[in-house]
Write a protein that binds this ligand. Structure first.
Ligand code: NDP
Ligand code: 8X3
Length: 253
C-alpha cells in the first residue's frame, strides 16, 4: 500500500458530499489536499479543520481561464500534486427529454464534461512530466444504466466513463494511473441541487433506503489511490445494497 502521507490530492467539488468526504479521508491520513469549489466558506471550514494540510482553491470548473490560472498559481509543495480527483458535477431536473430545460442541459454538459476536461488538461501534463500521478473521475451508475429523466445527466456520465478508459489507453505505462469511480445512490446535496433547492423532494429520494454516504465513496477513492504503483484500478462501481436494476419496461396498448 502507498503511504498516504506521500500524496498531494487535488479534489474538485471538495465543498460538499463525495468530494468533501474524500478531502477529509485523505487529510485525516496525513495527505495534503488542494480543495476546489466555489463556496469559499466551506473551503475555509476544511482549512480550519486540518490546517496546513489543506490549500483552498476557489474557482468555477466551467471557467477555462480561471481553472488554468488557479492550477498555475499553486504554491509548493501543493504544486506537486500526484492525485487529481475530477469530481465536481451535478444533475439538474428529472423531466423527460421532450420537457427538460435546455439551460439545465447546458449547465450539466458544461460542468460534468467541459469543466471536467479543463481540470484534466490543466493538471495532467505536470503529472505526465513527473512520470507519477493518478487521475480519478466521478462517473456514475447512470453512465451504464438508463432510467427515466436521466437523459443528459446519464449521458454526461457515459462520457466520463469512456473518456476515463480512453485516457488510460493513452497513459498506461506512463506512471500516471486512471480510475473511474461509479457510485449509485449516495446521500449528499446531489438531490437538493437536482431539485433546485426543494429539500422535501430531495429527502424523499433517500426515505426508506439506507443510501451510501460520501464517506463510503471516499473510502473507494482512498483504496484506489493507495494501491501499490504497479496496480491500476480501472473502475469501481457500487450501489446501495437496497438498489438494483430496473427490469426492461414494456409499454402495452
Ligand atoms: P454535492 O452536490 O454534494 O457536491 C457537488 C460538488 O460539486 C460541490 O462541492 C460543488 O461545489 C461542486 N461543483 C458543482 N458545480 C461546480 C462548478 N461549476 N465549479 C466548481 N465546483 C462545482 O453532490 P455529490 O457529492 O453527490 O456529487 C459529486 C459527484 O458525484 C458529481 O459528479 C455527481 O454527479 C457524482 N455522483 C453522485 C451520486 C449521488 O448519488 N450523490 C452518484 C453518482 C455520481 P460548489 O457548489 O461549492 O462549487
Ligand atoms: C447519481 C446516481 O442514480 O441518481 O449519479 O443518477 S443517480
Amino acid at each position: 500500500m502507498l503511504d498516504p502521507r506521500t500524496l498531494t490530492v487535488l479534489i474538485t467539488g471538495a465543498t460538499s458530499g463525495i468530494g468533501a468526504a474524500t478531502a477529509r479521508r485523505f487529510a485525516s491520513a496525513g495527505a495534503r489536499v488542494v480543495a476546489v469549489g466555489r463556496r469559499a466558506e466551506r473551503l475555509a471550514a476544511l482549512t480550519a479543520e486540518f490546517g496546513d494540510l489543506i490549500l483552498p482553491l476557489e474557482f468555477d470548473v466551467r471557467d477555462e481561464a480561471a481553472t488554468f490560472a488557479a492550477i498555475a498559481s499553486l504554491p509548493a509543495p501543493f504544486d506537486a500534486y500526484n492525485v487529481v480527483f475530477a469530481n465536481a458535477g451535478l444533475a439538474l431536473g428529472l423531466e423527460p427529454t421532450h420537457e427538460a430545460d435546455l439551460d439545465d442541459w447546458r449547465t450539466m454538459v458544461e460542468t460534468n464534461i467541459t469543466g471536467m476536461l479543463y481540470t484534466v488538461r490543466a493538471t495532467l501534463p505536470a503529472m505526465v512530466a513527473r512520470k507519477q500521478g493518478h487521475l480519478v473521475f466521478t462517473g456514475s451508475v447512470a453512465g451504464d444504466f438508463a432510467y427515466p429523466g436521466a437523459n443528459v445527466y446519464g449521458a454526461t456520465k457515459a462520457f466520463v466513463k469512456q473518456f476515463s478508459l480512453n485516457v488510460w489507453a493513452d497513459l498506461s505505462g506512463s506512471g500516471v494511473r486512471v480510475t473511474n469511480i461509479e457510485p449509485g445512490l449516495t446521500e449528499t446535496e446531489f438531490s437538493v441541487v437536482r431539485f433546485a433547492g426543494d429539500q422535501s423532494r430531495a429527502e424523499k429520494i433517500y426515505t426508506g433506503v439506507d443510501a451510501m454516504t460520501g464517506e463510503d465513496i471516499a473510502e473507494q477513492v482512498f483504496f484506489a489511490c493507495t494501491q501499490p504503483r504497479h496496480v491500476n484500478i480501472n473502475r469501481i462501481q457500487s450501489m446501495a445494497a437496497q438498489q438494483g436494476f430496473a427490469a426492461l419496461t414494456v409499454k402495452r396498448n
